[in-house]
Write a protein that binds this ligand. Sequence first.
Ligand code: ATP
Ligand code: MG
Length: 735
Amino acid sequence: MTATTHESLFPAQPDSADAVLAGLDPEQRAVATALHGPVCVLAGAGTGKTRAITHRIAYGVRAGILQPASVLAVTFTARAAGEMRGRLRQLGAGGVQARTFHSAALRQLQYFWPRAIGGEIPRLLERKVQLVAEAGARCRIRLDRNELRDVTGEIEWCKVTQTVPEEYAAAAAKTGRDVPRDPAEVAKIYTTYEQLKRDRGVIDFEDVLLLTVGVLQDRPDVADTVRSQYQHFVVDEYQDVSPLQQRLLELWLGGRDDLCVVGDASQTIYSFTGATPDFLLGFRSRHPDATVVKLVRDYRSTPQVVGLANGLLGKARGQAAAHRLELISQREAGPEPVYSEYADEPAEAEGAARRIKELIASGVRPSEIAVLYRINAQSEVYEQALADAGVPYQLRGAERFFERPEVREAGLLLRGAARASTDPEEADNTVPQQVRAVLSSRGWASEPPAGSGAVRDRWESLAALVRLSEDFAAARQDATLSDFVAELDERANAQHAPTVEGVTLGSLHAAKGLEWDAVFLVGLTEGTLPITYAKTDEQVEEERRLLYVGVTRARLHLSLSWALSRSPGGRGGRRPSRFLDGLRPGSAPRGARGAGAGGSGGVERGSGGRKRRGPVLCRVCGRTLSEAGEIKLMRCEDCPSDLDEALYERLREWRMEQAKALGQPAYCVFTDKTLLAIAEVRPGGEAELSQIAGVGARKLDKFGADVLALCAGGEPGGNEAAEGSSEETEEEAEK
Ligand code: ATP
Ligand code: MG
């Protein structure tokens, strides 16, 4: 057995229903054989929830208990749905619908629209933001970019929680939402946005669900048709179901209870869109007769990865955390997670690319490696670094594989070639040889083209088809090109994409449910994870869960990294994500002032015992500092920074005002290094503040109250900037 546990491309299909069960542990088997009535699986990452439900469906179908067409399996991302269809097909249950809520609803809506509403279904709006901006302008409300994003988010939240504009203010207050603008303004923009959509004859993403719910509610005939088609429902990732999706699910069920849900409250990462683990956690009280199964064995990850995952969860707070499940790895020991700090983002990306190259050289397939980040904008520097390192990568999800133009075209050509060579005697060439010959005319070559971009993308698609033909021929030695074309058709119907051989670049959100041998979690700094706009405790907890989801995607190799600056030569003021405090080597849990985390590199954040003029020790690693700049910072330049960025910004603004009032350059108030040290130490009183290099008695007297007020999160005031020169020799020396 190799390091991976994933299914190969063409595994032998289980030859009976019982053989389907053979791949499950006793608890998973209990899930798979509970084919009627409500079933709820509460289990942590990698414990085989998705495996249990796919096997459950396959077992039901293979045993003749479930009609394939009567089963609807719903999951969260198109990619996960594609993955599920692939797994079902491999288990011999190809005819089952596995979709996202959205795509299942859209399909039904398209089908029923002419009958239920009449005419053509309106066009689907691709991007809301523009229309929201327009709605804002109509209401004469100016929104900056962040507000626009946040107001759009609020509108989405309203729609999935079925909150009408008039109710927004009250609903937002009740749920403690951090409203981006006056709720009355948000409500006004929301109303206008809806009006604009109607005027233009378009619907948005949420409308698809809302309209489907509306039709099913109002038209019993339509609801009956849907219910007679689907009798068994399975929902994966149920912790992230929104009230609107739940409503749709209830309408599909129509009072029946053949429903199996699986989820992990610790992986709730879509609450910002209105999703909630309440439906998962309250399943048993809504269905007192439910079969409830817990899975605890983690089959995916090594004890090292699982250890970190458990450590992260151990620090989680809130409702989802109360339901956390300690994972127990079933795998052999593997390498420890690797933590790396870099000076800037390009260096971080290069470091990752270098490590990825090493992994590939050691035999890990590129498709078994992922680089995951918090926001999509982070991808660019990784695309560049991987392209420079000559490592293939893929950005697009594989789910649309068969819709790619080059794949469609290749399909047509292969079909043509298969028709032209019907005489099996004539086909001396193997199927892969024939496929390669056909695709060579369309840009396939044995070596990838240089660089990245569209040409490379196209080559990757064709190369995936070539590889598929190789695997296919190896699995079925007497197969002809026509057989391969039939396989492609079947896969296209089932949207069962072949593996595109490239490193996956994707967001943490999109990685849900997936797994790779090697995972690189990058950009783990304060401000990115948690993201700056996560302000409330709940929002920060969701960010922590996002990291948990990231960590638990790794089977074997896990790398966590961050960069102290965005660009080379930056001021290096970033600090690693607080979620890693106490977990990464050399860090202490936040709040544990002055206490090292054990080992050689314990973090010392406190200032107790440090002598003003005596040897100054690095607060982070304890080394004696000799450089003036480092002494000011009270840490080595390259030790991780604890900077409170927001505080630093506030201090800089305050300094500018002071300098203006004094008619002096800013550094005469405090130098950058002193401000940085203040923002890192966040002194709680005068004694602590006076320990910071650059804060002499006069400065303390003049600015102390202001600085301490800012550090305490308040506003400076009452402490007039005094007249006169304020230079201090040590600051001069540093200039
Ligand atoms: P997530 O919460 O991340 O969605 P999950 O609970 O759905 O995780 P799966 O993706 O179903 O977990 O399984 C994780 C991995 O463990 C998969 O590679 C799966 O094939 C493997 N696995 C699960 N159960 C078993 C088992 N009984 N024997 C061998 N491998 C298993
Ligand atoms: Mg899963």
